[in-house]
Each structure stands twice: as structure tokens, then as C-alpha cells.
Design a protein around this ligand. Structure first.
Ligand code: SF4
Ligand code: SF4
Length: 162
């Protein structure tokens, strides 16, 4: 289960020297969290993480299972990730590419590996920059579909209370 308190130790820095000397992912876009990482109580853990101010709700436009033309009634498919450093207090945030992940320090990720997003844990580094994500935005949005309404509701609750 993901905790909200970052604890940093040298042993937790990404073991891949390849990634440690690069870090381009973390500088542009925080990794996506899987709802399985918030089990057994997804709702309580979602509230707790959002209340820390370190996480944001992002979304896929339309239904991620079928693109914009699938008539499922899903306008936005929400999912959870850490927030960007440049956007404190912004719970709903679809932006990417222009600000580092809030957990990126000069020494790498401050989260212990057990608390990192699924996408961060599963990135496949490839020389030449063609690195592969096994849990990109679309897959994250599909995984969070059973919790889509919950994400929106709790996101608005937390936004109002700030
Ligand atoms: S996955 Fe690729 S882009 Fe990301 S930090 Fe590792 S080497 Fe860099
Ligand atoms: S949580 Fe850590 S590994 Fe993942 S994007 Fe943020 S700084 Fe990088």
C-alpha cells in the first residue's frame, strides 16, 4: 500500500544506473498509480493521498477502451498520479511535459520503491531514449474505470476543503 510520507535513503534510489543518470521521465511527467496499490480500501487511501497535497487526478478524454467514438457515456476517465512540482493545490490536472514530479529530488526519487507508482516501477529503459512504459496513461485510465466516479467525487471534496 502506498503511504504518503516520503522517506529517502540511498538504498532506495533507483537501482538502475541507466535511469539514475537520466531521470527524464521524472522531469517531465509523474508515473501513474494503479488502484491495486491503494487496496484494500481504495476510497480511504485515495482521500489520504490527495489530502497530502502530493497527488493529482489526471484523465483520459473519452472512454480509454475505445477512443472518442465509443458511446459509453464516459467523458473523462480519471486516474491518480503524483502532482507536478509547479502545481501545488491543483487536484485535477491534465498537464504534462513542463514540470518535474513532486517527488523528484537532486538525488533521485524520494519515495521508497514500495511506495512508487506502478508506472515508475515498471518502466523499461532502452538505450537511445525509446524507453517503454507498461502502464501509460490509457492503461491507467482503464484500470481506474471502476473508480471513475469515486475519483471525481473525492477530488472535488478535497478541492473544496483546501
Ligand atoms: S525510463 Fe528511460 S527516460 Fe526514463 S529515466 Fe529511465 S532511461 Fe530515462
Ligand atoms: S514518483 Fe519517483 S520515480 Fe515516479 S516520477 Fe516521481 S520522482 Fe520519478
Amino acid at each position: 500500500m502506498i503511504e504518503h510520507t516520503p522517506t529517502y535513503s540511498l538504498a532506495d534510489v533507483d537501482p538502475s544506473a541507466f535511469c539514475a543518470s537520466c531521470g527524464q521521465c521524472c522531469k517531465r511527467m509523474p508515473g501513474n498509480i494503479s488502484p491495486e496499490q491503494l487496496q484494500p480500501d481504495v476510497e480511504a487511501n485515495l482521500r489520504r493521498l490527495l489530502a497530502t497535497g502530493n497527488y493529482a487526478i489526471d484523465w483520459w478524454e473519452g472512454d480509454p477502451r475505445g477512443g472518442p467514438f465509443l458511446k459509453s457515456g464516459i467523458g473523462k476517465a480519471h486516474f491518480l498520479r503524483p502532482r507536478h512540482k509547479s502545481r501545488p493545490g491543483k487536484i485535477f490536472d491534465p498537464s504534462w511535459g513542463d514540470s518535474p514530479c513532486v517527488f523528484l529530488s537532486d538525488n533521485g526519487c524520494i519515495l521508497p520503491r514500495s511506495q512508487r507508482p506502478k508506472e515508475c516501477l515498471e518502466m523499461v529503459p532502452v538505450r537511445g531514449g525509446a524507453c517503454l512504459s507498461t502502464f501509460p496513461k490509457q492503461r491507467a485510465a482503464i484500470a481506474w474505470l471502476p473508480f471513475n466516479d469515486m475519483l471525481e467525487r473525492i477530488g472535488h471534496d478535497v478541492s473544496k476543503s483546501e
